[in-house]
Design a protein around this ligand. Sequence first.
Ligand SMILES: NC(=O)c1ccc[n+]([C@@H]2O[C@H](COP(=O)([O-])OP(=O)(O)OC[C@H]3O[C@@H](n4cnc5c(N)ncnc54)[C@H](O)[C@@H]3O)[C@@H](O)[C@H]2O)c1
Length: 310
Amino acid sequence: MEDSSLDDLRGKVAVVTGGGSGIGRELALACAREGMRVALADVDEPGMAETTRLMGAAESLAVRCDVSKESDVESLAADAYARFGAVHLLFNNAGVAVCGPAWTTTAEEWQWVLGVNLMGVAHGIRAFVPRMLKQGEACHVVNTASAAGLISVAGSSIYCVSKHAVVTLSECLAHELGREGARIGVSVLCPAFVPTGIHESARNRPPELATDNPLGEPYAKMVKKAVESGRISAAEIATITLDAVKAGRFYVIPHAKIKALVEMRMQDIVQGRAPTDSTPRADDPPPTPSQGRGNKRAPSPLGEGRGEAP
Ligand SMILES: NC(=O)c1ccc[n+]([C@@H]2O[C@H](COP(=O)([O-])OP(=O)(O)OC[C@H]3O[C@@H](n4cnc5c(N)ncnc54)[C@H](O)[C@@H]3O)[C@@H](O)[C@H]2O)c1
């Protein structure tokens, strides 16, 4: 069987959604350092211009693309193939977040977050994987999920739903490509808190979907603090992710302590226990009347919990 690993990136082509900020920007810069040609996609055009500037001499393309729109992602694929003739590495990375208890989430929040975080990845797979299959070369798809795709976090139901969906979508994709004998690897990136602009996602929110959870504020404050104190930088996440691509590793979990929480969740499931609440303890929002029934707290596998949880 032909080699399907993408271990030599020089001269190859990467597409990075959400390339105008944070993890996406650092993925693009890491690809450029490897000698790749890079197509950026984002709704943030000044952000992409800055990433392009930082990439220096690397051959690149910036496409305004709202990943929640099928037609935008199809145009992105057409533009990238027209410009570079091939795409070897796709990062379905663009993402947004909202906070607040499930019972006061708004329909607009569900539409926005699932549109970007889940449908953005689905559109990326549907637009690029058929082209990669035709291309016949070694290729790789990296979907950015989150530690919130592996555990369940109080105040983050919509985000967790979107990221759990990205994890299983990635697993299904890997199974299906494996059955086809395709030369396309898959990885799912599941970081915990990383200092980026994710807690300021509302900056790119369409005005028609801007109805907030009325009880979101205390959770949003906690997430802001945790994101800002994240101990692994976006640049380090990018390096870890490219190493995983070269090694053909599926699960990319840069914050090792998360694995204890994943294991606890799995043990809760197989032993029929109530789910352990592994939400960070520091700066917890005030308790609500429904808390304390049925749930138990994790025995602090995160230490202070800051900077390590999703
Ligand atoms: N920072 C963290 O703590 C963390 C942890 C786990 C997972 N993640 C995930 O990492 C990914 C990157 O986020 P980040 O942390 O770099 O945040 P970020 O806000 O710095 O970057 C996200 C980028 O996505 C872009 N974007 C937003 N909506 C878009 C849309 N509709 N179409 C195209 N682009 C859009 C934004 O303009 C921005 O450039 C996201 O999927 C996020 O959920 C982040």
